[in-house]
Design a binder for this molecule. Structure first.
Ligand SMILES: *Cc1c(COP(=O)(O)O)cnc(C)c1O
Length: 383
């Protein structure tokens, strides 16, 4: 059979009618424990819900199919998935992180893993020569996030993978922003894919979760991550898994809407006199536009914009918005906007005039009207 398309996989992968009742939509198996046969065996293969349960198994199977990996391991959050990847390393190992990256990733390395003797270097992964210089004999992992948060930098996964593998390091790619609908990191040579399923995969801002997908060349790594999941215990509940799997069914169509809306709004923002800079990989003026076009099937739903007049003007604009909700996070059907530096807190490298926008699935004209009324009131200094 020819391989199924993503739209079909999103609906069918990992799913079957409930064998006990014929229910077309899987029940949520809340049971924490599973009955043994008199001979001590577990006839259905389930023993205890932390080790595995039908809802988690269905979600993991679907995620593995969507990313083209051999296994997916679900966690209670995106950062728990990230932590699990670092827990496969040993004291003394060295990792390379991007300079522009989801804030929780370097926080986790510094706060939790540095005391366990994991060392790290942050580099600008847009430039492969910088990566080459940063690789040490102890480097075991290069962490990639593309598009990056919040500056929408694009990194060349294939070039990074070639360089990392040449030095004996693996590549893990946080694919939360692109989703497998727009980018398949394993196809570009990455070894692991990480998701915050809280975002586009869940898609409705009503569940927190994460996952690691493992490339088929690393069965032993998949086993290690399964052990970290069941022994470490940072597992998602069956209901969480059910919600994320439910969200994934519409992922391909939601992503189309997010991309379509975001491109229109990015163009609108780029033309607005109160906007200094727009960061969106779908605009030809983006420094890595060509790479983004090559590596991604669409430019995604995230935009960052730097507002003229700095932090005060940005806050003023946020206060006037009616349709956009002022909240962190992303990937839901509703549009969210935030002043990124203040949510990242002290030490943030994010420009003070930057707002990060998660473009939802409202009509783009309504969103542009709302942005226009909020931006039009910014007093521009006379030039
Ligand atoms: C949100 C996010 C995370 C962390 O995920 P949680 O589910 O909040 O733990 C990691 N990476 C990226 C790119 C994110 O946007």
């Amino acid at each position: 059979m020819t391989p199924l398309h993503p739209e079909t996989l999103a609906i069918h992968a990992g799913r079957q009618s409930d064998p006990a009742t014929g229910a077309v939509v899987s029940p949520i198996y809340l049971s924490s424990t599973y009955e043994r046969d008199p001979d001590g065996s577990y006839p259905q293969g389930y023993t205890y819900s932390r080790d595995n349960n039908p809802n988690r198994q269905a979600l993991e199977s679907c995620l593995a199919h969507l990313e083209g990996g051999s296994a997916a391991i679900a966690f209670a959050s995106g950062v728990a998935a990230t932590l699990a990847v670092f827990q496969t390393l040993r004291p003394g190992d060295h990792v390379i992180l991007p300079q522009d990256v989801y804030r929780g990733t370097p926080a986790l390395v510094k706060e939790l893993l540095q005391p366990w003797d994991l060392t790290s270097t942050a580099v600008d992964l847009r430039d492969p020569t910088v990566l080459k210089a940063a690789i040490r004999p102890a480097t075991r992992l290069v962490w990639v996030e593309t598009p990056s948060n919040p500056l929408l930098h694009i990194s060349d996964i294939a070039a990074i993978a070639e360089m990392a593998h040449g030095s004996g390091a693996l590549v893990a790619c946080d694919n939360t922003w692109a989703t497998p609908m727009l980018q398949k990191p394993l196809d570009w040579g990455a070894d692991l894919v990480i998701h915050s399923t809280t975002k586009y995969l869940g898609g409705h801002s009503d569940v927190v979760g994460g996952a690691v997908v493992v490339g088929s060349q690393h069965p032993e790594l998949a086993q290690t991550l399964h052990r970290i999941q069941s022994v470490g215990g940072a597992v998602p509940s069956p209901f969480d898994c059910w919600l994320i799997l439910r969200g994934i069914q519409t992922l391909p169509y939601r992503i189309r809407g997010h991309c379509e809306n975001a491109l229109q709004i990015a163009r609108f923002l780029a033309d607005h006199p109160a906007v200094a800079t727009v960061h969106y990989p779908g605009l030809p003026q983006h420094p890595q536009f060509d790479l983004a076009q090559r590596q991604m099937k669409g430019s995604g739903g995230m935009i960052s914009a730097q507002i003229k007049g700095g932090s005060a003007a940005a806050f003023g604009m946020l206060a006037r918005l009616q349709l956009f909700t002022r909240a962190t996070s992303l990937g839901g059907v509703e549009s969210l906007i935030e002043h990124r530096a203040s949510i990242e807190g002290p030490g943030s490298q994010t420009p003070a005039d930057l707002v990060r926008i998660s473009i939802g699935l409202e009509h783009p004209q309504d969103l542009m009207d709302d942005l226009a009324q909020a931006l039009d009131k910014i007093e521009l200094a006379q030039t």
